[in-house]
Design a protein around this ligand. Structure first.
Ligand code: F6P
Length: 337
């Protein structure tokens, strides 16, 4: 089997560990791996990672193959050695047909795309005009895919956010201010809720729950009456209030008990060395994706649920919103007193 592996969409810490696992698991079972650079855009430009060439089955001696050494010393790094992109051209029927032709031309039988919902939507579109098989791995800091308890990169992103929030807490405490800290998550509040719980923030505002600014200000006033002198509010970028800046304006128009500053963590959350949890998750899922392809599976995402590796049809990963656990929201309310 010749496997094509690529990363696509927003990069996530642990993507390199996943690529490494795909390459080494495939090689261990006698398969070949082509590293496609820059996601679907790179595929359309035949932009292959030039790993050292080993033996080939001779179908097209020009296609560069990855070796075990091509993925040496990448496990611990954030970003992605294969680079990533979001391709407009691939979104078109013509682009998808061209991508299918390029895959066939280079003898690629199966694909492992590593990315989020946009990547998997692309895989489903490609499968309509290409007869190869596809098993994806969930690589996104957002943790917004059903079919896996956690996505690759989420744990690192939350740890990065918590480290930043802890630091901001020092200055908030010293100056008796409130900080509105915006974290990533266009459609999902996982980063906001987990980082708020882990950093002991007062509030987590997220896309899954309505934001009532009057009620928020009342809770802040009540907190002050209980003796709080500073406050941390974590706002997901996709919160209905429109993010931390918009919330700041809305709060200013009311009787907010704190002088307030805004911090947008932004792409900082996407970088850095992956945590142990992300490295292990990525390694497990990359290897499992290869096993699933060997077993003849297709059209699925490899995930980990309750400690077990499982496959979920691509469409289900994005069509079913992974719910935020209400218990965690209640726990935050209780612990923020
Ligand atoms: O999907 C991952 C993500 O980091 C989101 O949290 C964020 O909204 C988006 O990507 C940012 O995308 P870009 O890198 O294109 O600005």
């Amino acid at each position: 089997m010749r496997i094509g592996v690529f990363t696509s969409g927003g990069d996530a810490p642990g993507m390199n560990a996943c690529v490494r696992a795909v390459v080494r698991s495939a090689l261990a079972q006698g398969h070949e791996v082509v590293g496609i650079r820059r996601g679907y855009a790179g595929l359309l430009e035949r932009d292959f990672h030039r790993g050292m060439r080993t033996e080939s089955d001779g179908r097209d001696p020009e296609t560069p193959l990855l070796t075990a050494r091509s993925v040496s010393n990448v496990l611990q790094h954030g970003g992605t050695m294969l680079r990533t992109s979001r391709s407009q051209r691939f979104m078109t029927d013509e682009g998808q047909r061209e991508a299918a032709a390029i895959l066939s031309e280079h003898g690629i039988d199966v694909l492992v795309p590593i990315g989020g919902d946009g990547t998997f939507r692309g895989a489903v579109a490609l499968a309509r005009c290409w007869d190869g098989r596809i098993i994806g791995c969930p690589g996104t800091i957002d943790n917004d895919l059903s079919g896996t308890d956690y996505t690759i990169g989420f744990d690192t992103a939350v740890n990065t956010a918590v480290e930043a929030i802890d630091k901001i807490r020092d200055t908030a405490d010293a100056t008796e201010r409130m900080f509105l800290i915006e974290v990533m998550g266009r459609h999902s509040g996982y980063i906001a809720l987990d980082s708020a719980l882990a950093a002991g923030a007062e509030e987590a505002l997220m896309p899954e729950t309505p934001t009532d600014v009057d009620a928020l200000v009342k809770r802040l006033v009540a907190g002050k009456e209980r003796g709080k002198t500073s406050s941390m509010v974590i706002v997901a970028e996709g919160d209905p209030c429109g993010g931390a800046e918009a919330l700041h304006q809305a709060i200013k128009a009311r009787q907010c008990p704190y002088e307030t500053r805004v911090l947008i963590l932004g792409h900082l959350q996407r970088g850095g060395s992956p945590t142990v949890r992300d490295r292990i998750l990525a390694s497990r899922l990359g290897a499992f994706a290869v096993d699933a392809l060997v077993a003849g599976e297709t059209g699925m995402m490899a995930g980990e649920v309750a400690g077990e590796v499982v496959l979920t049809p691509f469409e289900k990963t994005w069509s079913e919103h992974k719910p935020i656990t209400p218990d965690w929201i209640r726990l935050l309310e209780i612990l923020a007193r």
